[in-house]
Write a protein that binds this ligand. Structure first.
Ligand code: ADP
Length: 453
């Protein structure tokens, strides 16, 4: 609005100046023409000093232009005055002085009593000699009145335009920015912790796109909030179980009356096992939190996957041998890819560890390395207990275990697969699984050959 008002003001001032100039210039040239005519008609008489003729010419033209005409001879003595006031006296007006020197002049004066007056003077020249001068004074108050009238109209039009623009802008802005209210309401709700907000916008413009993006963001935040709550609930639950066991076992010990060292030993072994479990859970939780934090700090190095797998399998072999499980590694080609070897090692260990854990004694765990189109594949196949098909989609969830009791016995925390999946997806890879209950499972860790860094 301020911009509109300032622009209109500037335009008004400019237009009124322009009109005034045009009117004044027009009047000046009109009066100049008359002055030259008077000069022409009086030049003869000025040489002979025929005052009455000069005066009557002055009177005649003064009526025509509604102004005063003074004619002086070359000495400055007034020979004709349409008002008859200065006849015979010497006139020393500036414009007359100029005219007697041969110059034409036209100036505007602003008098307190008369207002704006235009003074025009021209020399009267006869046979190339200045024989006198003509001075015409005309009131141009009518021009100023006219321009001020035009000005008034201009300001009136401007005022009406401003009101109209203000009104239209208000309606337009109100209409345009009304959708923002829905955003503000939704954001307020979210600030209070309500992630069920939705911004409803039915227009088909940028606001609609923004509302869609905003709603998607709220949905994601709602999911994250839910996941966070579930995670905290799960962690508390998981931590509480071993602590309860430790508490129960130690209370039983305290209330033991017998001094049976073997009972003490048995209870203490159980307490120690529970403490190990607690330690395991905390260790894996910290690993998960670290992975969340370190998303951007992956230390990629070109690595021979063959050597890495040999190292892992050799490390895991004693664990497999404890259960008389045959752990083998098969690799037909050399594969070199960019990975964070520490992290990827952790992911593979978790999966081989599971294969050993969930396979009965004298079973088989086969690890294979090969490349398949754009992937480097690490296949871990066991002939263990398998996973029911309807559970396959959940095994990567945090704390999910198909058989809680069994998993607890084997020391599982339910975090291993979710850690592995997170590491592999940080490498832009995927983990796939195929399984048949009581027959066994195959896990495929697929890492891109050519990772986009
Ligand atoms: P856990 O610490 O319990 O092993 P994981 O996240 O590693 O947790 O695995 C989740 C669940 O998936 C396990 O509890 C188990 O029920 C199932 N699972 C994982 N790997 C295998 C496998 N090779 N054979 C059978 N079940 C498996």
């Amino acid at each position: 609005m301020l911009l509109v008002i300032v622009s209109l003001l500037i335009i008004n001032v400019f237009i009124s100046r322009l009109i005034l100039n045009i009117y004044v210039e027009q009047r000046k040239s009109n009066v100049l023409i008359r002055a030259n005519i008077v000069a022409n008609e009086t030049k003869n008489y000025l040489t002979t000093n025929a005052m009455s003729n000069i005066n009557s010419i002055a009177e005649e033209y003064s009526k025509e232009i509604s102004g005063r005409i003074i004619v002086v001879d070359r000495t400055g003595v007034v020979r004709g005055d349409s008002n008859k006031e200065y006849l015979g006296s010497t006139f020393r007006h500036t414009e007359i002085q100029y005219a007697l020197k041969g110059q034409t002049s036209a100036n505007i004066y602003n008098f307190k009593d008369y207002g704006h007056v235009l003074y025009v003077s021209v020399p009267a020249i006869f046979h190339n000699r200045i024989v006198g001068a003509i001075l015409i004074s005309v009131s141009i108050n009518d021009i100023y009145r006219e321009v001020s009238h035009i000005n008034q109209n201009l300001y009136l039009i401007s005022a009406v335009s401003i009101v109209l623009i203000a009104f239209i802008s208000f309606i337009f802005l109100d209409f345009t920015f009304r959708p923002l209210e829905s955003f503000t309401k939704a954001i307020d709700g979210m600030t209070k912790g309500d992630f069920k907000q939705k911004v409803e916008i039915n227009t088909n413009d940028e606001f609609k796109n923004m509302a869609d993006a905003f709603n998607a963001m709220i949905m994601k935040l709602d999911q994250v909030d839910k996941q966070r709550n579930d995670f905290v609930a799960n962690v508390s639950h998981e931590l509480r179980t071993p602590i309860s066991s430790i508490k129960l076992l130690s209370d039983s010990l305290l209330h033991q009356n017998e001094d049976n060292i073997s009972i003490y030993r048995e209870f203490m072994e159980d307490i120690s096992a529970e403490a190990d479990r607690l330690n395991n859970i905390i260790y894996e939780l910290l690993a998960l939190v670290d992975l969340d934090k370190e998303k951007l700090h992956i230390n990629y190095k070109t690595t021979y996957m063959n050597f890495l797998l040999e190292k892992i399998v050799n490390r895991m072999r004693p664990l497999a041998e404890k259960k008389n499980i045959k752990l083998t590694l098969e690799q037909d080609e050399r594969i070199q890819i960019k990975v964070d070897s520490e992290k990827i090692q952790q992911a593979i260990i978790n999966i081989i560890d599971n294969a050993i854990k969930y396979t009965s004694e004298y079973g088989k765990v086969q690890v294979k390395l090969y490349s398949q189109s754009k992937w480097c594949v690490i296949e871990v196949k066991d002939n263990g207990i398998g996973i029911p098909e309807n559970r396959l989609s959940q095994i990567f969830d945090r704390f999910y275990r198909v058989d809680k009791a069994r998993s607890r016995k084997t020391g599982g925390t339910g975090l291993g697969l979710s850690i592995s999946q997170q590491i592999v997806s940080l490498h832009q890879g995927i983990i796939e699984v195929e399984s048949v209950v009581d027959k066994g499972s195959i896990f495929y860790i697929k890492i891109p050959n050519d990772i986009n860094l």
